[in-house]
Design a protein around this ligand. Structure first.
Ligand code: ZN
Ligand code: ZN
Length: 156
């Protein structure tokens, strides 16, 4: 099973490189593979750390540039949290939105048919054609919220 991971994604990436007259490189393959094996929302440094476990010779600039290529190729999407870019899988993924913790940076995914429907209705009323959206809702996760207000938590 493991060797089959991201077979389609690898083809998409190879096509993207070809279209842009960029060379396929073994380093880029390693970075893509590492990215695909993680299910987290990774910063450049998170991914760098994972990559360097296998290949300490791969540097931050290469990881950063490759991530940008993955976004261009539609394999990754970028969200911005606490002033830091994070990347997640995009290819063949269901639409979802994010709660982002301002305390620890945790990212919680959610999707709500009601919210999706509501924004479609509002857009239709305005004659606005939606091409995409992204909700990033900032706040405190359960753990950070409890830590921020220990007196409140104790009273409950
Ligand atoms: Zn938190
Ligand atoms: Zn996500």
């Amino acid at each position: 099973m493991k060797s089959a991971i991201g077979k389609e994604e690898k083809t998409v990436f190879a096509d993207h490189l070809r279209k842009n007259r960029l060379k396929r490189s073994e380093q880029r393959e390693v970075i893509l593979d590492t990215f695909l094996r993680s299910e987290r929302h990774l910063s450049v440094d998170d991914l760098l750390q994972l990559v360097q476990k296998k290949r300490p010779d791969i540097g931050r600039t290469t990881v950063y540039r490759t991530l940008k290529l993955l976004v261009e190729a539609g394999l990754a999407s970028q969200l911005d949290t606490l002033g830091q870019a994070r990347f997640e899988h995009e290819y063949n993924r269901q639409h979802h939105d994010h709660f982002i913790c301002n305390g620890c940076g945790e990212i919680i995914e959610f999707s709500s048919p009601q919210i999706e429907q509501l924004q479609d209705d509002i857009a239709a009323g305005l004659g606005f054609v939606i091409e995409g959206h992204r909700h990033q809702i900032y706040g405190l996760c359960r753990r950070c919220a409890t830590r921020a207000a220990p007196a409140d938590a104790a009273r409950r």
